[in-house]
Design a protein around this ligand. Sequence first.
Ligand code: PCA
Length: 328
Amino acid sequence: MRFPGAATCAAFIGALALSASATSALAQKWDMPMAYPATNFHSENAKDFAACVKSATGGKIDIALHPGGSLFNGNDIKRAVQTGQAPIGERLISAHANENPLYGIDSVPFLATSFADSDRLWKAARGKLEAVLDKQNLVYVYAVPWPPQGLYFKKPIASVADMKGIKFRAYNAATARLAALTGMAPVQIEAAELSQALATGVAESFISSGSTGVDSKVWQQLTHFYDTQAWLPRNVVFANKDAWGKLDAATQSAIKGCGDKAAESGTKKSAELTAGYLKTLADNGMKVQPPSDALKAELAKIGQTMTEEWLKNAGADGKAIVDAFNAN
Ligand code: PCA
């Protein structure tokens, strides 16, 4: 009389074991290289994204974050994802404007200087950017803007003439060009190496958000921040197209849904934190101020030059994006 019960029980345990092994066979760990520190708001936002993906895919996709350039150096992340060395990653997309000028749309000086304009510009650009990424074996997942970009120095700067000869840390082609047009000497450095570059004198100024200034505790070397609000560059999260293609449609749409949420919450965070970052710079002794009218006018002129150069480089697609942005 007890045997049927035991057999049922054994069959049940067997079924459980089977389904457990089926689940673990389906579960995939996705390593996600990222360039910025774990405590940066982009990285914290990505943590929420990873948790969302895990739950929305029923545990099928388990994203493991590797912030701070720990898995791949910032400059290598995009290629690593393109070639399938990592299935997903986050990168400052304008750092790749040398591959395609459209990647630099968010770093054209003074084209989109507020969160609202940055949003409109991205809406105008997104379709074309997704197509460029697709050609490079990448699938767009989400993007989040950094706070507006301002200039950091270790002396007061009243006009462009005061910048002559200063060693300037650049993070993309636009920042290198800005250095050239202001008479500074550009040196390309990842944010992960910024503190060290400032400490050793390899760089003595840069343009970035208050967020990166705080991450790198730049008040240890620098004294002046000019809130130029020149542009809001974006980090883009993309997946390897082959890895993506192996996912079923429900899993793909679950990840896209989490990406949409991450874009929204990350952008909100970026805007909310902007003023606090500048306050932290000031609390640590930096002089945080708007640029003088003279400096503003000179920078605006450089912005015009760079906008013309970008439009020339980016051709019909670039013009279509800027026209759509201006029409809205
Ligand atoms: N921080 C990044 C890019 C833009 C920003 O605000 C950096 O400086 O590398």
